[in-house]
Design a protein around this ligand. Structure first.
Ligand SMILES: Cc1cc2nc3c(=O)[nH]c(=O)nc-3n(C[C@H](O)[C@H](O)[C@H](O)COP(=O)(O)OP(=O)(O)OC[C@H]3O[C@@H](n4cnc5c(N)ncnc54)[C@H](O)[C@@H]3O)c2cc1C
Length: 543
């Protein structure tokens, strides 16, 4: 029997059960997932992808426990008569080529890969309201690393002492060093973790230690090193200015993307493609980001599911609440994965199933398309969810994502906010002409506050970010094939790419013109790493 017919048959069986027959429904869903598992390629995990790079066994993997050991590794590499390169890895949540690939190791060159997993810790100074974290400390917990716990994560420890940082990314598995080195950011033009960074300690390519501060009279090294992808040295400590801990309150709504309506059952509360609707008091996307406080959305994130028949918008937004006396508020956490058809099947498993079936939305067969849309609707029903949480567990709304069940690859473009409408319309055209280009995922649309760090993708510009996602469990295509649609259609725009995610090949040549301080950044790199023991062949070609 055709695999798609088999799925349809199973779904028909599923529909024969009443709502209260939860176990029966659960077991059919499980059967469908197992069946889909058989007909699709096995999912890759990040670790597997990392292994796939075939880094030769000659690459020395090191886990220094203190700064002296890190310094010695660098000094040995610097003084070695044979050419030696050093790379550092955080939680390895970036695209592996942002860390080290076999391609980056020239013949006859020794390579050392340093993990800072044994180099973690946080010191909080109450008098100055600052905290210094060792760079291997995870922000939250990295479930794939046994050294990492919630309790030894930076954010938990800050919260326990009554403090907070301004914002987090959508997940908090990353290390302090990896997060800042790639210019990672949460969705807000009001708050940014980068504005709390006041000190960075780095060991350069000669083994020399630099304590760099935002307040330095000449703070150019501080601004260069902040986002430097491990190319100027190894960051060992980061010092943050702390705020009082806070709570967030917010909503997530799921609505059709068209027409415009303040009633989410009817249409979208944001005009994603136009200039807004004054009569209905509906903002444009630009307005929503630029005046986010007016929409209780100082933290925000939008997912667009443009599959034919699906066409939905998921808007997550939250605002800060501070209690005058610092008392805790009741917590009602955001739920990333709702229950599916009242099933007891673990929700993420169900989500992985829905995503696979969502490929059917592109099928010319109307029945298959209907199945996909039906399942999608069950997974992402139109409606609204309210939540209230403490800052560090509420802001990273995707933190419960298990990358083994739902491994995702990304390619992310940052542009000035006023490009929001133009890019949305280009994407709409793309999905109309090439419906297959969306695959079985969504486009994530969020923003970032302008940053003074020279190579931050939001350097001096409040930015809108289009994050193109590819489910690594997708039976169709590869990340590159998927992204090619976007890389082609958006080529005409001047965008900056997220440093830790997939980039188009043509992008490298553009980098010098995209960052006004790029030359100065390269000069500082030359000074800090004269022998280029921290290699990046891409940037070398640009000199
Ligand atoms: C599921 C998922 C969700 C994500 N969500 C977001 C998000 O919401 N917002 C966002 O902006 N990004 C997001 N990202 C991207 C992620 O934040 C970045 O890739 C980040 O760099 C990962 O940190 P890491 O600790 O894993 O660093 P790694 O990926 O291990 O390393 C990244 C880079 O930093 C360098 N580096 C690491 N440590 C140091 C150090 N101590 N000194 C010098 N250089 C160092 C490495 O050499 C490498 O070049 C997400 C990624 C995933 C997989």
């Amino acid at each position: 029997m055709n695999p798609l017919d088999t799925i349809k048959q199973k779904i028909d069986t599923l529909n024969q059960f009443e709502d209260h027959q939860k176990d029966e429904k659960g077991s059919i869903l499980k059967e469908i997932d197992e069946f889909l598992g058989k007909i699709t390629k096995p999912m890759e995990t990040r670790e597997q992808r990392f292994k796939d790079l075939h880094i030769p066994p000659s690459v020395e993997r090191l886990e220094p426990k203190n700064e002296e050991e890190i310094q010695k590794i660098i000094q040995d590499a610097y003084n070695d008569k044979e050419p030696t390169i050093v790379r550092v890895i955080g939680a390895s949540h970036s695209l592996p080529s942002a860390i080290l690939t076999a391609r980056d190791i020239p013949k006859n060159v020794k390579a050392k890969l340093i993990s800072l997993t044994k180099f973690r810790g946080v010191v909080i100074n109450d008098a100055e309201q600052i905290a210094t974290a060792l760079a291997g400390t995870n922000l939250g917990q990295d479930l794939e690393n046994e050294d990492s716990t919630i309790e030894n994560g930076l954010l938990y420890q800050l919260n326990q002492r009554g403090y907070s940082l301004p914002d987090t990314g959508g997940i908090i598995h990353q290390t302090v060093g990896g997060f800042i080195s790639t210019g990672s950011s949460g969705g807000s033009v009001i708050h940014s973790l980068f504005e709390s960074i006041i000190g960075i300690r780095i060991i350069d390519g000669t083994g020399k230690i630099h304590d760099l501060k935002m307040s330095d009279t000449d703070n150019s090294k501080f601004l260069a090193v902040g986002v430097s992808m491990g190319l100027m040295g190894i960051i060992t400590k980061v010092t943050f200015k702390l705020d009082k801990k806070f709570f967030i309150t917010g909503t997530q709504t799921i609505s059709p993307i068209k027409p415009l309506s303040r009633d989410i059952n009817v249409g979208a509360p944001i005009d994603m493609f136009g200039d807004g609707d004054k009569d209905q008091q509906i903002p444009s996307l630009l307005d929503f980001f630029s005046n986010s406080m007016d929409f209780d959305a100082e933290f925000n994130r939008i997912l667009w599911w443009p599959q034919d028949g699906v066409d939905r918008l998921t808007i997550w937004k939250a605002k800060k609440i501070l209690t005058v006396d610092g008392t805790d508020l009741p917590v009602n956490p955001y739920e990333l994965f709702p229950e599916v058809l009242n099933s007891q099947v673990p929700a993420q498993l169900a989500a992985s199933l829905i995503l696979k079936v969502l490929n059917l939305a592109q099928s010319p067969n109307k029945v298959f398309k209907k199945i996909a849309v039906f399942l999608y609707a069950a997974f992402n029903p139109i409606g609204s969810q309210s939540f209230q949480d403490i800052w560090w567990s509420g802001l990273p709304m995707d933190d419960k994502l298990d990358s083994k069940i739902l491994p995702v690859a990304f390619s992310e473009f940052w542009l000035p906010l006023d490009k929001s409408k133009e890019v949305m319309n280009d994407l709409q055209q793309l999905f109309k002409n090439n419906p297959e280009s969306i695959g079985n995922m969504f486009v994530e649309i969020y923003c970032a506050k302008k940053s003074p760090f020279w190579l931050n993708p939001s350097y001096e510009t409040d930015s809108v970010r289009f994050d193109f996602t590819y489910n690594l469990g997708d039976p169709c295509g590869t990340p590159e094939e998927h992204y090619n649609y976007y890389w082609k259609i958006l080529k005409k725009h001047t965008f900056r790419c997220h440093w830790g995610k997939y980039k188009p090949e043509y992008y490298n040549k553009r980098i010098p013109s995209l960052y006004p301080k790029f030359k100065e950044w390269m000069d500082i790199r030359e000074e800090l790493d004269p022998k280029q023991i921290f290699p990046d062949l891409t940037l070398k070609q640009l000199k």
